[in-house]
Design a protein around this ligand. Structure first.
Ligand SMILES: Cc1cc2nc3c(=O)[nH]c(=O)nc-3n(C[C@H](O)[C@H](O)[C@H](O)COP(=O)(O)O)c2cc1C
Length: 208
């Protein structure tokens, strides 16, 4: 698949078909992840792979609690001084699926980057974190090129350390995201998204 086609096809999904994925495809996807640019020339990343229901249930107990405790109906119908926004509609759709979109993915990849603690005083101090997101984007695009799709969850607050401990991740690594990989359910109706308008985003020479 051509690059621009994969870029256009990539989308975040939260429903998967009950169809197995060849692990060789996951390996190719992770090799693409490993081609990402790297701030320190070391490519010091690792990947934890979850595939059995037991592994996923154990790792994502916190995500299950979060999803089960979320009342989408109440959230979307809460009194507001303005109509529900597209972002709120997406949140209301995504939240109840935070566990099933990982549990029902044939593979969950957990990328790891070397870092004990994030320091956001300067953008350059976030290089280790920025780099792993280059890896993640390669994974998302390579999955699209394989005809697969991804769900994506960012560990919420203390969920990061809970999952890290459960999976025995060394203290020197952090988890940027959980990535479910599988065949997208073509019947999933995704909420409308706000599009970006390049002409409004462009600033030539300076902001104004
Ligand atoms: C930094 C980042 C964090 C995200 N966190 C979550 C998440 O925790 N749960 C989720 O369901 N989707 C998450 N997403 C997916 C977004 O909801 C999705 O990318 C967005 O709605 C745009 O849709 P698209 O990816 O199909 O273009 C995240 C995406 C990014 C880039």
């Amino acid at each position: 698949m051509e690059l621009y086609e994969a870029v256009a096809k990539r989308r975040t999904v939260r429903e998967f078909l009950d169809k197995s994925v060849d692990f060789e495809a996951v390996r190719r996807i992770l090799e693409a992840g490993n081609q990402a640019p790297t701030w320190n020339h070391n490519r010091s990343w690792s990947y934890i792979i979850l595939s059995t229901p037991e592994e996923k249930e154990y790792a994502f107990e916190y995500a299950k609690k979060t999803a089960d405790g979320f009342n989408a109906e109440k959230y979307l119908n809460a009194p507001r001084p303005y109509p529900v926004t597209l972002a709120q509609k997406m949140y209301g759709y995504a939240m109840p699926r935070q566990f099933t979109m990982l549990k029902n993915a044939p593979y969950v990849v957990i990328p790891l980057f070397k870092c004990k603690e994030l320091d956001a005083r300067y953008v350059s101090r976030l290089n280790t974190f920025s780099t792993i997101w280059c890896v993640i984007e390669n994974i998302l695009l390579a999955s699209a090129a394989e005809g697969l799709a991804c769900s994506l969850r960012i560990p919420l607050n203390e969920e990061h350390n809970i999952v890290k401990e459960k999976l025995k991740v060394p203290k020197t690594y952090m988890i940027p995201a959980f990535i479910g990989i599988g065949y997208a359910d073509p019947d999933e109706a995704l909420p409308e998204q706000a599009g970006a308008c390049l002409d409004k985003q462009l600033h030539y020479g300076r902001w104004k």
